[in-house]
Design a binder for this molecule. Sequence first.
Ligand SMILES: [Fe+2]
Ligand SMILES: [Fe+2]
Length: 249
Amino acid sequence: MTATLAHISDLHIGKDHDGDGGVRALHRAQRVIDHLNTLQGGLDGVLVTGDIADHGTPDEYRTARELLATLRFPVLTCPGNHDDRVNYQAHLLEVQDDRGAAVNDVHRPAGLTIAMCDSTIPRQNPGLLDDSTLAWLDRVLADAEGPVLVCLHHPPVVLHHPFIDGIRLRNEDQLAEVLRDNVLAVLCGHAHTAAVTTFAGRPLVVAPGVVSTLVLPFESEGIFDYDLPPSVAFHVVDDRGLVTHFRSV
Ligand SMILES: [Fe+2]
Ligand SMILES: [Fe+2]
């Protein structure tokens, strides 16, 4: 079993940067999608780990849906803190559900199980896996045949950036308790920086941001850089584990 996945995050479609009305965010997302569509080989899926829209409006999701629909690979998404559960479902996934419950989804490409978990708290920036999501993930992991990737928006670890650490996942201990031996790695977004560490004894990979790049405290002033190029992660998974490559595009 070998699966090859692209991983993009934090498109923030609709993000108004210096009064540009969202043009820059759209162009950056387009650049990434063009890059993936012109790859010589195939991908088993494109993971999009949240903050797909910047304000969570229907218009932003309609734009995002049109854009992501141009990818020639299956697209797997989960929401982030900038997303709105109801609008995300209605206008990105085209599923009518007004309850506002957590939006979790499981995919099984190429012998792999990929759990896309909703770590959002409505209208708040930090993350939490609620009881329904933890119970859902527990069932997915119990039923999985073969290796599993667990994906969520919020990193469950400290990344040594005060702003991002202040809005990370709040209940990482509960996530660690649910993970089973079949979980190869945990993948997330939210931090707008390519980062690698471990969580609960497994690789934890943070995808770079499409809309911007996090400025580290020792690099310079400010929180986000909008000039560095957008980047993607490529995950190659087989029975031996996960290898991740990063590309700026
Ligand atoms: Fe973001
Ligand atoms: Fe986020």
